[in-house]
Every structure is written in structure tokens, then in C-alpha cells.
Design a protein around this ligand. Structure first.
Ligand code: F3S
Length: 394
């Protein structure tokens, strides 16, 4: 792989042990995947933030890096930690968990990472441009950046994203290259996508069916940004899908062709079966919405639906802290709290230790959350639309 003089100096340890170690990781990755060179990245999204996911080994690794003076070189945003960083006591998060989580956050802060604490960095200030190269590691954000924005990122692991943040570059392979962004399969949708959960069910079904590759969708007549984020998140959870195209909706759809590709048809029956397959529970103890993190528009819609209603069961709406602040300014947080709900910042259903907080059955409208909750959080899942969930908990 071609390296610049500066990069060779980095690799030889001239700029210290931290950069040498991290750059070596990137070089090794590049060699494995046949990269010709390193490319500068516009931003990094670091995952592997929840203490629940990375445990003590991850905490020690990050503290060691921060103690040795590691500093990010490019704008770097943070994925959700395992708790609301301000209201964790009031929400009932375990203290021992919180103490470790706060140390992880402190290590990232010392490295210069922006405390966005969200899987939707593109909604709170880390918005890439079309064609920009990135090193993002949150699978739903990777899917959104590649597909909806047309930026270019592989699905990085936590360590490789952090290495890219510290070195400012990533190896040039995979989805950074035109040839790997072409569709590999056509998905013909012949079903009405009426509710937001239909996009999650469609994504779950397609990810599970094709497992990898680049699907090209025909037949999705319309979808807003929130519906596309739900579709991509579910596909990236049930399969390793980091890029998709939708005819008439996503920016690279007109730049590629689908001639000669195999076609998979998805109709009402497949959608219904996906819904049924994701439902493993009946009576939720809690409803958790906002996976991926809720946008301001989604919070506004929920606040409207909750007006004049009283919740019988806990309801969390998970979002970025910046979005929560904007929602509070608009009076939306008050409306939701008046009904008995909570706008929970920073964390989410999957990375929070909800299984330690007494919850056994969780209602969600997200295909991604429904896919992960049984394994990651030992939850039975009620997977329904927002309207159906609100009927169950009010
Ligand atoms: Fe985000 Fe958590 Fe869902 S990180 S995409 S809200 S599982």
C-alpha cells in the first residue's frame, strides 16, 4: 500500500506509541482488504461506548489511550452510552453501572470526542456531504450516511473508527470505491408501507433474506428521512447491509444500473410474517421508542399523540441530548411528561441495561430494536406501530 512520507513516519513511531499502534491497525486492515492507499476522512462516528457492550476491558483500553495523550484529529462524534448521562439516577440506572459508564465518557472527552451521544450524528451537527469519505461505526448511521446522504464509509469496528479519528485517515477499500457501491440485488416491494413500523419490518425481512450486498428497491413510493433511517437500521441489524438504493429517493439510485440482477419480491404476506416473527411478547412492561434516536419531528408527533392521554406504563422516547433540548424549548418535553412519559437522552433500549432494571417485555416500533432486544437485553418483544403501542400503554 502506498504511504506518504508523513504516514511512514507515523508508522515508524516518530509521532509516539499511540499513533504508531493505531496507524499500524489501519495499515493491517488496508492490507487485508487490498487498499491501495489511505484516504483522509471528514469525520468519525465512534461506537462501542456503552459499558454494557465493552465492559472492563473496553474501559481500561480507553482510559489507557486517554492517559497516554491520544487526541482525535478530525471531528469525531460519540454513539449512545448505556444511560442518560444527566438523569440516570431518576430513571433508575444502577449506580455501579453508572460509575463505569461515566469513566468511559470521561476517557472519550479527554481524547477530544464530541459528546453527541447519539446514533443519529447527522441530526445534531455531524452532517457529511455527498461523496465525502468517513469512518463511522454505528451500523444504522453507516447505512444512513451511505444510502440517504451518499457519503462513503465502511462499517467500522469501534477500534478501527477510533484509529481513524486519531490518525485522520482510513484505508481506501470497500464502500469507498465506486465498484462496491453498485447494487447486487433488486428488491421489488409490492406492499403498502402505511405505518413507520412497516419500514422496520421491511428492512428486517430484506436484511435477513439477503444477509449482505447492496439492495436496490423498486416500489417504495415515498419515504421521509425518519422512515429511511428505520429501514436502513433494521437492514443493518438483521443483515450486514451498509448501503441501499431506492428508486427515486436516494441520491445514487440514478447513478447505477440494475440490469441482469436477481429480483426478490416483497409483498403484504412477507411484511406480515416479518411483523409476526419479531413479536415474541404480549404484555409490555415498558414502551421504548426512538431507535434510531428520535428526530425532532418524531418527538413532536409523539407529543401530539399523547396530548390529553395518561400513560399506565413507562414510556421512554430516546433521542440525542441536543434534540431533547430543542424539544424542551418547544414545550414538547413538558407535554410528554404531563402524560407520564420520559424523553430519555443519550442512551437507548438496546445499549441500556434494561434487563437489570426489572423490565422483561418491551414494546418497540423499531425493526432494529426488535431484532436485538431478545439477545442483548433478554426481553420479550412487542413490535407494533406507534399508534398500537400507545393504545397498549395508555
Ligand atoms: Fe441507535 Fe440504539 Fe437503535 S444505538 S439505532 S437507538 S439500538
Amino acid at each position: 500500500m502506498y504511504l506518504t512520507k508523513e504516514q511512514e513516519r507515523m508508522l515508524s513511531g516518530e509521532y509516539g506509541e499511540v499513533l504508531e499502534r493505531n496507524f499500524r491497525l489501519l495499515v493491517r486492515l488496508g492490507e487485508i482488504y487490498g487498499a491501495d492507499r489511505m484516504i483522509p476522512v471528514g469525520s468519525v462516528q465512534v461506537a462501542g461506548v456503552s459499558y454494557k457492550s465493552i465492559g472492563d476491558p473496553g474501559l481500561e483500553f480507553l482510559e489507557d489511550l486517554a492517559d497516554k495523550g491520544a487526541r482525535v484529529r478530525v471531528p469525531t462524534t460519540l454513539n449512545p452510552p448505556g444511560m442518560d448521562l444527566e438523569d440516570w439516577r431518576e430513571l433508575g440506572f444502577p449506580r455501579d453501572f453508572a460509575e463505569k459508564q461515566l469513566r468511559i465518557i470521561d476517557a472519550f472527552r479527554r481524547m477530544g470526542v464530541a459528546m453527541t451521544a447519539t446514533c443519529t450524528p447527522y441530526l445534531v451537527g455531524n452532517l457529511p456531504r455527498f461523496g465525502e469519505h468517513l469512518a463511522w461505526s454505528e451500523s444504522s448511521a453507516v447505512s444512513f450516511a451511505n444510502s440517504v446522504i451518499g457519503a462513503r464509509t465502511n462499517r467500522e469496528g469501534g477500534p478501527s473508527a477510533l484509529a481513524a479519528a486519531l490518525c485522520g485517515v482510513t484505508p481506501n477499500y470497500g464502500l469507498h470505491l465506486d465498484e462496491n457501491r453498485r447494487p447486487s440485488v433488486v428488491i421489488k416491494v409490492d406492499a403498502e408501507l402505511r405505518r413507520e413500523s412497516d419500514f422496520g419490518a421491511l428492512g428486517y425481512h430484506v436484511g435477513k433474506t439477503i444477509e449482505k450486498g447492496v439492495p436496490y428497491f423498486y416500489g417504495i413510493k415515498d419515504a421521509d428521512v425518519d422512515q429511511l433511517k428505520a429501514l436502513g437500521a433494521a437492514m443493518a441489524a438483521s443483515g450486514a447491509i451498509a448501503l441501499y438504493h431506492v428508486e427515486g429517493l436516494t441520491p445514487e439510485a440514478t447513478l447505477v444500473t440494475t440490469g441482469g440482477l436477481g429480483t426478490i419480491e416483497v409483498g403484504e404476506r412477507e411484511l406480515r410474517e416479518a411483523h409476526e416473527g419479531l413479536n415474541t411478547g404480549r404484555e409490555p412492561d415498558i414502551a421504548i421508542l426512538g431507535c434510531p434516536h428520535a428526530s425532532l419531528a418524531e418527538i413532536a408527533e409523539l407529543a401530539g399523540k399523547l396530548e390529553g392521554r395518561r400513560l399506565r406504563k413507562p414510556l421512554w422516547i430516546c433521542t440525542a441530548r441536543a434534540t431533547k433540548r430543542a424539544a424542551a424549548e418547544m414545550g414538547l418535553v413538558d407535554k410528554i411528561e404531563r402524560a407520564g412519559g420520559k424523553v430519555v437522552a443519550d442512551t437507548c433500549a438496546v445499549v441500556a441495561p434494561i434487563e437489570r432494571m426489572g423490565f422483561k417485555c418491551t414494546a418497540v416500533n423499531s425493526g432494529k430494536a426488535a431484532n436485538y432486544l431478545p439477545g442483548f437485553c433478554k426481553q420479550a418483544v412487542v413490535f407494533k406501530s406507534v399508534d398500537e403501542i400507545l393504545e397498549m400503554v395508555t
